[in-house]
Write a protein that binds this ligand. Structure first.
Ligand SMILES: *Cc1c(COP(=O)(O)O)cnc(C)c1O
Length: 392
């Protein structure tokens, strides 16, 4: 089946839907059994998709987990109340006190924070590495290195990593290092994690899967080797998500293909327009050659989306604030992946990394290109640049 047909069909087994087109919301804490034999059967199959107790999931959860598995190509998927819970649970499943973890320097800020605070508290040593390190990651591997964590592209600065190169080195080690990838940017359809050697693929479903900026949700999908460990540890941590939220994510999935196509088309048009602007030093869009790791995007990805960044040639606090304050379509807000455009102005990137030097002086602006008309978005940015220039 090709991509869009998969999106339409994913997770729609009749045992979950009873024939209803989209899997309905099943809420549950208690599941009751009429006979001891039935209860024993459910109990013995706790690791499978058998209703047992609400925390283990209901048919709504199972349908969504199936859908994510089918789209990402894994063998099992665990659903979490947000993307961050998926990241922290996936990491905790594979490290113990005394272990060492390699974390990409461009990771999503809460991921970095979790390493520096929670993992440090548990005695797990963390080394941050250059996202462009590729196979040279071997030099940082220790005998106690158990996990390499990737985020590709990095969610602020967009470096695309050599995922298969890093995975090959990880799996050649005697301890067969577990590779966890934050695959949120690609969504489950534009980068196939397991075909590139990843063991666990994390999604902030909050973003493009939900697609409407109204639900928090996360998933971690795993290959055969990692799934039993991920599943058991996530369950022991008490992770579970609301069937109502899962239902909305399932509804979001059905339009993922067409939405991403439009986000990608509009974002490329705007990125190319920005590249010609005198105010802009460089455009960090994985589909443009100015983005570090663009060659890996070309080699490994099946498409892009609406999220990218650019660096200003010159800025100061007043000028940046003037640009940001008067926007009509690009509102300031965290997250991305909804139908609406967003903007963030970021200074101080130098303090957000430890293994690499951020090479630019001017502020970074991250855009999420929503589903508005490109002409309106460009006009909005053009006015923004006028306000910026008035203060330089
Ligand atoms: C948003 C985001 C997360 C975290 O997801 P939440 O659902 O907000 O917890 C993780 N990784 C990336 C790349 C993100 O953009």
């Amino acid at each position: 089946m090709k991509k869009n047909s998969k999106i339409v069909n994913a997770g729609r087994q009749s045992k979950w839907t009873q024939g209803i087109v989209n899997p309905p919301v099943y809420r549950a804490s208690t599941v009751v059994f009429d006979t001891v034999a039935e209860m024993k059967h459910a109990s013995a199959n706790k690791a499978k998709q058998v209703p047992f107790y609400g925390r283990r999931g209901t048919p709504t959860t199972f349908a969504f987990a199936d859908a994510m598995n089918e789209l990402e190509g894994g063998v099992g998927c665990y659903v979490y109340p947000c993307g961050t819970a998926a990241i922290t649970s996936a990491i905790l499943a594979f490290v113990k006190s005394g272990d060492h973890l390699l974390m990409v320097d461009t990771a999503y800020e809460p991921t970095r924070d979790f390493c520096q605070k929670t993992l440090a508290k548990f005695g797990v040593e963390v080394t941050f590495y250059d996202p462009m390190i590729g196979k040279a990651i071997g030099k940082l591997i220790q005998t106690n290195t158990k996990v390499i964590f990737l985020e590709s592209p990095g969610s602020l600065t967009m470096e695309v990593q050599d995922v298969p190169g890093i995975c090959a080195v990880a799996h050649a080690q005697p301890q067969d290092i577990t590779v966890i990838l934050d695959n949120t940017w690609a969504s489950p359809i534009n980068f196939q994690p397991f075909a590139h050697g990843v063991d666990v693929s994390v999604q902030a479903a909050t973003k493009y899967i939900v697609g409407h900026s109204d639900v928090m949700l996360g998933t971690a999908t795993a290959n055969k080797k990692a799934w039993p460990i991920l599943r058991e540890n996530s369950y022991l941590l008490g992770q579970c998500a609301s069937p109502d939220d899962i239902y909305l994510a399932m509804r979001g999935i059905r339009t993922l293909g067409v939405r991403l196509k439009q986000h990608q088309q509009s974002s490329l048009q705007i990125a190319k327009w920005l590249a010609e602007r005198p105010e802009v030093k460089t455009v960090l869009h994985p589909a443009l050659s100015s983005c570090p790791g663009h060659e890996f995007f070309e080699r490994d990805f099946e498409g892009g989306n609406g999220l990218f960044s650019f660096v200003l040639n010159k800025s100061n606090d007043k000028a940046l604030t003037a640009l940001l304050d008067g926007m009509h379509h690009f509102k300031m807000g965290f997250s991305w992946g909804g139908f609406e455009s967003l903007i963030l102005g970021i200074t101080g990137l130098k303090n957000m990394r430890s293994a690499t030097e951020w090479p630019h002086q001017g502020a970074l602006i991250r855009l999420h290109i929503g589903l508005e008309d490109v002409e309106d978005l460009i006009a909005d940015l053009e006015q923004g640049f006028k306000r910026l220039n008035a203060h330089l």
